[in-house]
Design a protein around this ligand. Sequence first.
Ligand SMILES: O=P(O)(O)OC[C@H]1O[C@](O)(CO)[C@@H](O)[C@@H]1O
Length: 477
Amino acid sequence: MNRYQQPHWQEEMKLKVDFNNMMKGFAGPVEGFSKEDIDALAVKISEAHQNMKEKRAAGEMDWRKLPFEQADVIKDILETAQELRTWCENFVVLGIGGSALGPLAVQTALNHLHYNELATEKRGGPRLYVLDNVDPERVAALFDVIDPKKTVFNVISKSGSTSETMAQFMIVYQLLRDKLGNTYAKNMIATTDAEKGNLIKIAQEEGYKTFIIPQGVGGRFSELCPVGLLPAAVCGIDITELLAGAAYMDQLCEEADVYRNPAYIRSTLQYLAMERGKNVSVMMPYTDALKYFADWYAQLWAESLGKRKSLTGEEVFVGQTPVKALGTTDQHSQVQLYVEGPFDKVVTFLGVSRYRQEVAIPKVFNHIPGISFLGGHSLGDLITAEQMATEYALMKAHRLNMTIILPEINAFTIGQLIQLLEIETAFTGELLNINAFDQPGVEEGKNATYALLGRPGYEAKKQELEGRPEKKKEFII
Ligand SMILES: O=P(O)(O)OC[C@H]1O[C@](O)(CO)[C@@H](O)[C@@H]1O
């Protein structure tokens, strides 16, 4: 029996959503929404629910099946991970966007926060590096700190053709061939589409271990397929629990009643906020463990919802700009703007009920009242108090905010969080009547890169780019 089927575990580890001032009558001075506001959207909500059902039946949202339907894949991942952990010291993800941010977020959440700095025996598995850029300095610096012979490179690309990832792959390919000769393929794993793109063809020709990103699972919705599960398993994360958490949340989000569906209610409130001109969505975890969740969410929310055209072809120019913040760090950087700047934001706090470790603040300097009040508390008390204080300050200034509370950070709650935010994003796409699963705006830039670097088809692309002023290097001094 899976953990998600066990009632005790469910209740104790269930994520909670605190609406703070997003809903009238819930708390504080209100600029939020009433039940009437939500009920006025009843038809839209029910249509969106129906559309989600139809899309799922048509295989367009197969990421929702991931927590339930990949037994063979999971077996393969766990066996591969076990074998790699016997010899591999570094596991390097080559990927970008949806092929990198999930692995990074889950790793930071669920492994020791100084994981890569620990000695091998303490880590009990390889270091993880996620190389999600083509900055030459960063790529060169990686090769200063790893021994390629003891490193596995996991090249991840849904399309199998993203320039950045392919460039990294080509560099690593050459390096491994030079160092390891014909045996190099054991240091390479490809995670990609079963048919599309160049990566699958190369992987098959060169004999790499390969994992498939299923159809109907777009990059930014792919954390719970081999994209995220393999790096996590290799680094000792309990992927069964991660999937159990996601399955549990998925079941909660089957509910048609908006008031009982955590994803739908958050989505509906965000939709109402967008209608009121709240064009910015801030994600602010109060734990370093979730710092990269804000990055993962930024891509999910921005690429899915930032759209020019509606499903029926009208120009709508919708979306909400995601902002990444970290509590308490960004209280001393961004919160001034959130409290007193334009009324254009919805802030989501990610709070934690029980931090996995505590650090006591000693009772010293008792004669200095300005700091002695801290002594005797824990850092957990302090960070939680600061989160509540920030919620209060925003509420007092009539700024919309809500909080997702994780009872603690573990694989089960992280699985829930992933599934919650993915379903919320997809449902918001339905409310906005846009396609949440494409990214035509980014494809344009990708194509222009091919053109600028003279890929075959360059001439055709160049014509498309005609009229655009040639980019010259200008030096001011
Ligand atoms: O996994 P791929 O196909 O290499 O794409 C990487 C990223 O590039 C995009 O296509 C555009 O940025 C994202 O949607 C995707 O996550």
